[in-house]
Design a protein around this ligand. Structure first.
Ligand SMILES: *[C@@H]1O[C@H](CO)[C@@H](O)[C@H](O)[C@H]1NC(C)=O
Length: 496
């Protein structure tokens, strides 16, 4: 599909690429990528749930949700609130952990002093993922009742909404959940690589757990049970199916363990699990492009011809994302931002840009390019495209607005985030109850707590941005927007 539209779009491609480059030249910003990197990691501290450690740097946050899991007799404290609410959703937590890990695996050497903070950000997630997978054949996939939470505007520190615990087990085979939907095999496997030399015992623990969780997921392929679905949908509804989650888990297990069975699993299940579908999707719900790019590295290194078809899918993905090529699922705004329908667009911008950059460096090492019809995607072009997206986020856009809170002279002031928009516990020790928060939500004033490093959903297709709390699709930050951005900023801080 992408290839067909390619030839007709070639003229456009050159024009668009030229515009992109000239816009960049005019602004010539020279962003402080290292400052942005530091902030993008700091953001995760503001999203922490549970008991905060003494070295917590984000001071407007306090301990919260200290009884999570008590209703099922487990300690399920910790982990991250995924966005501007106070729920711990399994899908985003797993995807966030995987992408933070991938950022470190590929670009950790570019992080300088921030590397240790990035590793801590992974560990905050994996400590929690180990808790939710501690019982064999059970995965706790969510803590907090989304309806009751979304009905209130409360600080996490004050929460009195239902902290319901949702699980998958043998009799509720949300087995689709165990791929990585709320199935964290990929996250645990990826993180095991991060800790391999830093903390070998912890790394082994993560890998063994990934093996166990993956087996469980694979044995119980299926759809969400209706009971689980009602809790998770419509917030993180698994619309894409479980197949890509299983492959995603297997691919990371292959990379982390080098065990033959995962390689064979990936090869054997490629067609069954539809690796070639929806090639330019990558996010918490759909891992296709990520699977193909990650596996392509091995093909490019010349040691895995049996994965050749994944490399072909990755090439198709790369060609489909080039600006100037019309594709039904992906557009560029007039100001040059990647745009996909559905809200919280910045998640697509950072995830897809991460894949462009990762693939570009795999190509560079192999001294290869991607042929796209009559044109060629070189590693340099892919890096330029990824950098253009990062620069847009940091302020090179029609509004001159940085979409990262606390970076640059102009950034979103009214982000859709409970903790940021309500006074801190220090400033206002008395409890602010569910509906008492509404006046802060509706206030035109800037948020009192600057959530440094938070990257919001971003502008709409016309590059317009309302900077208003009720516009959550534009103004809400999420952990899965930031996780791939950490890798991008690391690379560009070392290669500005
Ligand atoms: C984009 O946002 C602006 C400002 O909020 C609004 O006026 C415009 O209608 C929006 N356009 C689209 C296509 O959503």
């Amino acid at each position: 599909m992408a290839r067909k539209s390619l030839t007709t779009a070639l003229g456009n491609l050159r024009v668009t690429a030229f515009l992109f480059l000239s816009l960049h030249a005019v602004i010539g910003s020279g962003h402080d990528y290292h400052d942005a990197l530091r902030k993008s990691i700091l953001f995760f501290e503001g999203q922490r749930s549970g008991k905060l450690p003494p070295d917590q740097r984000v001071k407007w946050r306090r301990d919260s949700a200290l009884h999570d899991g008590s209703t099922v007799g487990r300690d399920l404290t910790g982990g991250y609130y995924d966005a501007g609410d106070n729920i711990k959703f399994g899908f985003p937590m797993a995807f966030t952990t995987t992408l933070l890990s991938w950022s470190i695996i590929d670009f950790g050497r570019n992080m300088g002093p921030e590397l240790k903070n990035a590793v801590k950000a992974v560990r905050w997630a994996t400590d929690y993922l180990l808790k939710v997978t501690a019982i064999p054949d059970v995965v706790y996939v969510q803590v907090g009742d989304a309806y009751s939470d979304h009905n209130c505007w409360e600080r996490p520190e004050d929460m009195d909404t239902l902290r319901s615990v949702y699980k998958i087990d043998g009799s509720h085979p949300g087995s689709d959940v165990a791929g990585e939907k709320p199935q964290p095999a990929a996250a645990l496997a990826a993180a095991s690589i991060v800790f391999r030399s830093r903390d070998p015992a912890y790394s082994r623990l993560l890998l063994n757990r990934a093996v166990m969780v993956f087996d469980f997921a694979d044995r119980h392929r299926g759809a969400y049970s209706s009971s689980l679905r009602s809790a998770v949908c419509p917030f993180y509804c698994d619309v894409n199916g479980y197949q890509d989650e299983l492959l995603w888990g297997a691919v990371w297990l292959h990379k982390a363990s080098r065990r033959r069975r995962y390689r064979e699993y990936v090869v054997k299940n490629e067609v069954i699990l539809h690796a070639g579908d929806t090639i330019n999707e990558f996010g918490w719900d759909n891992k296709h492009a990520g699977i193909n790019v990650l596996i392509s590295k091995e093909v490019l290194m010349g040691r895995a011809e049996y994965f050749e078809s994944f490399k072909q899918n990755a090439d198709d993905f790369i060609c489909s994302i080039l600006p100037g090529i019309s594709h039904p699922q992906l557009q560029y705004s007039p100001g040059g931002l990647i745009f996909k329908a559905g809200g919280s667009n910045m998640q697509h911008v950072t995830s897809l840009s991460f894949l462009l950059l990762a693939f570009s460096s795999y190509l560079s090492h192999a001294n290869k390019v991607v042929p796209c019809g009559e044109t060629t995607a070189s590693p340099a072009l892919l890096k330029q495209l990824a950098k253009r997206q990062v620069d847009y986020i940091l302020g090179d856009n029609p509004l001159g607005m940085s979409y990262m809170v606390g970076y640059g002279p102009r950034y979103p002031l009214r982000i859709h985030h409970r903790g940021s928009s309500l006074p801190s516990v220090q400033a206002h020790p008395a409890r602010i109850r569910c509906k008492e928060g509404s006046r802060y939500f509706l206030s035109p004033n800037p948020n009192p707590n600057v959530h440094v490093g938070a990257v919001v959903g971003g502008p709409n297709i016309t590059d317009a941005f309302p900077d208003s709390r009720p516009f959550f699709q534009e103004s809400e930050p999420t952990t899965y927007i930031n996780a791939p951005l950490v890798g991008l900023l690391a690379y560009f801080s070392a290669h500005p």
